[in-house]
Design a protein around this ligand. Structure first.
Ligand code: ZN
Length: 134
């Protein structure tokens, strides 16, 4: 793994949270993107080399809706940048981690993504992401 790619924060209302985090960071988000397959609207902020992703559920079955109903708003996942997501999935499975997406899928912000089950990583939901080139 190369570096933290972004930190994902689950929010109830993306518009309100965009306003809040814009005030916090002193600058607006740089993109909003819906990821239909995950049932989420996302928005991204760039702070130096770091990125923050806000996630709002678009339907009740969305993993974000379930997370918020169980735990409330807050940090949802940490995403790590990888060069070869398929190789990382293989390596982490071998190490005993529970991979939620055997086949990486298209995530927000032009990435291929896969998640590790928080039960296999001390309660932290880990996202692997590889930039889609070209
Ligand atoms: Zn993410």
């Amino acid at each position: 793994m190369n570096k933290i790619e972004h930190i994902g924060i689950a929010v109830k209302n993306l518009k309100d949270s965009n306003d809040l985090f814009s005030k916090l960071f002193g600058k607006p988000h740089y993109k909003i993107e819906e990821v239909k397959s995950e049932g989420v609207n996302t928005s991204f902020f760039k702070i130096g080399d770091n990125k923050i992703e806000l996630l709002e559920a678009t339907n009740e079955d969305s993993p974000i809706a379930k997370f918020i109903s169980k735990k409330g708003e807050g940090i949802h996942h940490i995403a790590f940048d990888v060069n070869d997501i398929e190789a990382e999935i293989k390596r982490l499975k071998k190490e005993g981690f529970k991979v939620l997406n055997e086949n990486p899928k298209k995530g927000a912000d032009n990435k291929l993504v896969a998640f590790l089950h928080p039960k296999s990583s001390n309660g932290v939901l880990i996202e692997l992401c590889q930039e889609i080139k070209g």
